[in-house]
Design a protein around this ligand. Structure first.
Ligand code: NAP
Length: 544
């Protein structure tokens, strides 16, 4: 691989976003190369192979919409697809559209510098290669930079360690082992019941209990697959116009306007749907009014008490420090039941904080625990971590870190002032993680493709968001978030799980449909919040 490829675009990452971006830019006639750290396509679905890993959006919904033939041909088997099934799907997409020939696997981008004189991005990889291209598209994912617990001594520990987001490709089992799991987010909650079924003894280190509800996973019936396939176009339109990328009814009633019996009956109905939105979606104010929210929170706590036989353990598992839904809720299969097993123990690390790893295990302020294996389900440096891991420099060598000391700054989560021709698919300050990711990815990819097409048709060489547009968007994202309860939680949405990370709300909570409208308006009116320029008169020439 060398610069002789004469690339128009470099795409970083071969997950849902990178694959679709390659497909679209090829259609436009661009010469592209995708650079991917993994040995195969899949992105987050390549790395997160932990036991129990499963999507918690319905498979018929969590899939590409761009190819009606693909939609009709592919057969999803379960309500919530397993990680291997999603990975098979992405492998099928890569083969079906002959995408692999433009992907370099086992290739990690280490730096990307904008060369002002040449008007091109210079991209360096871990293999010492350098490529250049006019456009640079970061398809690096929102949850891809994994994080470890911030305690010392890990190098001393002699047992096995596994991170849920960096799981090996071979099957990993825990039969007969003493196992520790750190973390009780979605990854911990999905994997813990399965690890508990294998391990001789399992100790779970919990810093913050999460709200979780039964996924109610099951095989899809032929009838529901046929019904969706018969109506896919209308369903996809509804997804695009929706709030979260899944069509849901809009509530109009306050949770406080009904009796407790009515409310609990409505929550019970939502609970039984086994999805992330039916319960909160019952009432208009669950995510904005603390008293309304508490009714939902208490409903879930009562469910936990009904399952977990030891009342002390049940209380430790009951979230009380943040409003329901403001940390991402989880869907599980037998999570709370796991704590009734005699081989499972819960350690609250707020009571007895983690102190250090030792040669044989883990020490808290209260005890030493010996383990044959430790599983880190400790999450990610979300939304900005994968970008920060690369030395990205825009005009005059400016870096993200120098501009983002108070939190990420983007326009529409897709463009950054002073970084010409750089696009971030579902970047910070876009709906991304608050939505069905595939819907948001398709929207950004299509917008980026149209934008590049516009630049070329206008006979321009660069496009760059203005600092004013960026500032206005940063303000708008914060303002919309402040109308909700989300900023009250110490969540990864707020950057609160990474010590030293600025506390700002990272995604845009205005809704997928509204966000699409704003993006479409920007494009339809000729990108007024961007500067387009020609190489000949760069940087002063402004043609739009
Ligand atoms: P996560 O939600 O951030 O959970 C990480 C867990 O580790 C939290 O319980 C966290 O505690 C704990 N933790 C982190 N650092 C710690 C430390 N130093 N000491 C003790 N505990 C520590 O990460 P995740 O479970 O990997 O999930 C991240 C996101 O990925 C999810 O919210 C979801 O969006 C996505 N995901 C989706 C699925 C799915 O579709 N089914 C599955 C997995 C993940 P605190 O809460 O106190 O920070």
């Amino acid at each position: 691989m060398s610069d002789s490829e004469g690339l128009d675009a470099i795409i970083v990452g071969a997950g849902f976003a990178g694959l679709y971006q390659l497909y679209r830019l090829r259609e436009l006639g661009l010469r592209c190369r995708v650079l991917e750290t993994g040995e195969d396509v899949g992105g987050t679905w390549y790395w997160n192979r932990y036991p129990g890993a499963r999507c918690d959006i319905n498979s018929l919904s969590y899939s590409y919409s761009f190819s009606p033939e693909l939609e009709q041909d592919w057969e999803w088997t379960e309500k919530y697809p397993t990680q291997p099934e999603v990975l098979r799907y992405l492998g099928h997409v890569a083969d079906r559209f002959d995408l692999r020939r433009d992907i370099s696997f086992e290739t990690t981008v280490t730096a990307a510098h904008y060369d002002d004189a040449a008007g091109r991005w210079r991209v360096s990889t871990n293999a010492g290669r350098e490529l250049t291209a006019q456009f640079l598209i970061m398809a690096t994912g929102c949850l891809s930079a994994s994080k470890l617990p911030e305690i010392g001594g890990l190098e001393r520990y002699r047992g096995r360690t596994h991170h849920t987001a960096r799981w090996g490709r071979d099957e990993i089992r825990f039969d007969g082992l003493r196992v520790g799991v750190i973390g009780t987010g979605s990854s911990g909650i999905q994997s813990i019941p399965i690890i508990a079924g294998q391990a001789a003894d399992l100790t779970i280190f919990q810093r913050t209990p999460n709200f979780s509800m039964p996924a109610g996973n099951r095989p899809l019936t032929d009838a529901e697959i046929a019904a969706m396939k018969a109506d896919y176009r209308a369903y996809r339109s509804a997804q695009r116009a929706s709030r979260i990328g899944v069509p849901t009814p809009e509530a109009s009633l306050s949770a406080l306007a009904v009796t407790e019996e009515e409310r609990n009956a409505a929550y019970q109905w939502g609970w039984e749907q086994g999805d992330l939105y039916s319960m909160t979606g019952q009432y208009v104010d669950v995510l904005v009014d603390p008293a309304a929210n508490e009714t939902a929170a208490e409903f879930v706590r009562a469910k936990i008490r009904a399952v977990v036989t030891d009342p002390v353990v049940a209380e430790k598992l009951s979230p009380r420090t943040f409003p329901y839904g403001t940390k991402r809720p989880c869907l599980d299969t037998g999570y709370y039941e796991t704590f009734n097993r005699p081989n499972v123990h819960l350690v609250d690390v707020r009571e007895t904080p983690l102190v250090e790893f030792t040669e044989t295990g883990l020490r808290t302020s209260g005890a030493h625990y010996e383990f044959d294996a430790i599983v880190f389900a400790t999450g990610f440096d979300a939304m900005t971590g994968a970008l920060a891991a690369i030395d990205i420099r825009g005009r005059n060598g400016v870096t993200f870190s120098s501009q983002w000391s108070a939190g990420p700054r983007t326009y529409l989560g897709v463009a950054v002032a002073r970084f010409p021709n750089l696009f971030t698919i579902t970047g910070p300050l876009s709906p991304s993680v608050l939505s069905n990711m595939v819907v948001s990815i398709e929207q950004h990819v299509e917008w980026i493709t149209d934008c590049i097409s516009y630049v070329r048709k206008a006979d321009c060489d660069t496009i760059e968001a203005t600092a004013e547009a960026e500032e206005a968007w940063v303000q708008h994202v914060a303002e919309v978030a402040s109308m909700t309860l989300f900023p009250r939680a110490d969540s990864w949405y707020m950057g609160a799980n990474v010590p030293g990370k600025p506390r700002t709300f990272l995604p845009y909570i205005g809704g997928v449909g509204e966000f699409r409208r704003i993006c479409d308006e920007e494009a339809a009116s000729g990108y007024p919040r961007f500067v387009l320029a020609r190489a000949a008169d760069r940087p002063e020439a402004v043609v739009s």
